[in-house]
Ligand binder design. Structure first.
Ligand SMILES: Cc1cc2nc3c(=O)[nH]c(=O)nc-3n(C[C@H](O)[C@H](O)[C@H](O)COP(=O)(O)OP(=O)(O)OC[C@H]3O[C@@H](n4cnc5c(N)ncnc54)[C@H](O)[C@@H]3O)c2cc1C
Length: 382
């Protein structure tokens, strides 16, 4: 494969080894794991062993000493694994839950949580969303009250990826009664803390193999050593994390669309109707042409914001555009793929049925399409 910046030859080599690992060790099991609504915990340790959970982290923490582009390759390739749920569970660990520990954690916190997360020995989750506050992050109500050297946490979270079986939860709390973005902090809650309960495993349209949890905190006593970053400065952490989360979602959308497209093109050349391959009908040919164009546009937009992000430039508008466009395009491409597969497209046996259900999360999770448009609008001075 020829490397197109920001990807280098070395990134493309990683792509090849990831692709063959995924084809060998994940894809064949994906249908069973989706049906079981869980993938084995051992997949975390296996991927940790192979170094895939710490591509962008320094070697001193067990990482591979790579960069964000290595992680971009990882995210694109994981989207080809045949299960949005597996990609989401592993992706939550790599792209949203461990980065704040690396970026804002003390040395002691990194040794305690980041090192085992990179090894895949501890599962991590990022817990921000609450039943009453999703898009409106500043509206969270979970409260952490100081009591000596501890915080006493009350509240709850919902829709948390890895939420049922995680060991560590990077959790957004309010630490003052002030409204708006003030008084937000992050505490790392650990499974087993008295008063911390997983109250539900949520049933979903897609991402079946990932556990999406509902959490309740009732007088959970959290030592002050578990404060991540500065007290009352949690909004910076959220903002820092959102950019990479959104680029990751755009990358996953591109990888997923590409895989769906390849399968659909193959199908269109195989399936016969009225004495010819269905791909030779102009209507189907045009659908495939439009799908390929959307994927290319999404890939270019995503690569552009990746280039801006890795060179430290302000990419708020571009990241929001890439997330908005690529995640919506993934739904449209999967929908057309189902159409091209006809009745087979509606059957569980064919990947495109799952691809459509899985893709639908894109315009909702990690900042909705409407919120992306709000951000873009503000960047345009509106
Ligand atoms: C499968 C899954 C996994 C998830 N994983 C995690 C996770 O690991 N951690 C985590 O913290 N969260 C997670 N989430 C939560 C996700 O990020 C939120 O669902 C998302 O941010 C939307 O919030 P909400 O569901 O409260 O919707 P709401 O904010 O209630 O929005 C409802 C509708 O109103 C629209 N809307 C809201 N505000 C505006 C506005 N200002 N202008 C225009 N329209 C607006 C929205 O776009 C949407 O269409 C997950 C969600 C799902 C479904």
């Amino acid at each position: 494969m020829t490397a197109v910046p920001p990807f280098t030859e070395e990134h493309e080599e990683l792509r090849e080894s990831l692709r063959s690992f995924i084809e060998r060790e994940i894809r064949p099991h994906a249908p069973d794991w989706e049906a079981a609504e869980e993938f084995p915990r051992e997949l975390f340790t296996r991927m940790g062993e192979l170094g895939f959970l710490g591509l962008k982290y320094p070697e001193e923490y067990g990482g591979q000493g790579g960069d964000y582009v290595h992680d971009a390759v990882f995210t694109e390739e994981m989207a080809r694994c045949g299960s949005g749920g597996v990609a989401a569970g592993i992706g939550a660990q790599v792209a949203i839950a461990s980065p704040p520990i690396y970026k804002f954690g003390t040395e002691e916190q990194k040794q305690r949580w980041l090192v085992p997360a990179i090894r895949g020995e501890k599962i991590a989750a990022l817990a921000i969303t609450e039943p009453g506050a999703g898009s409106d992050v500043a509206g969270i109500r979970t409260f952490a009250k100081r009591d000596g050297h501890e915080y006493v946490v009350n509240g709850g979270k919902t829709f948390i990826t890895n939420g049922v079986r995680a060991d560590i939860y990077v959790t957004a709390v309010k630490t003052t009664q002030e409204g708006g973005h003030h008084g937000l902090s992050f505490l790392v809650l650990e499974k087993g803390m008295p008063g911390f309960e997983v109250t539900g495993k949520l049933e979903k349209l897609g991402w079946h193999a990932s556990d999406t949890g509902e959490l309740s905190f009732s007088d959970v006593r959290v030592p002050e050593e578990n404060l991540l970053g500065e007290e009352n400065k949690g909004f910076y952490l959220i903002m820092a994390n959102f950019q990479w989360e959104r680029i990751s979602m755009a990358l996953g959308a591109v990888g997923g669309m590409q895989a769906t497209f390849e399968r659909t093109l193959e199908y269109a050349l195989e399936r016969q109707a009225f004495g010819r391959q269905i791909g030779r009908f102009q209507a189907i040919r045009h659908k495939l042409a439009a799908m390929a164009t959307k994927i290319e546009a999404a890939r270019d937009l995503t690569s552009q914001c990746l280039r801006l992000f890795i060179t430290g430039q302000d990419a708020l508008k571009e990241v929001s555009m890439a997330k908005l466009y690529a995640c919506r395009a993934a739904v449209e491409v999967a929908d057309e793929a189902v159409q091209i597969h006809g009745g087979y497209g509606y059957m569980r046996e064919y990947d495109v049925e799952r691809a459509l259900r899985d893709a639908r999360l894109g315009p909702v999770g990690g900042g909705t399409g409407e919120i992306m448009k709000e951000i873009i609008g503000k960047q345009l001075g509106l």
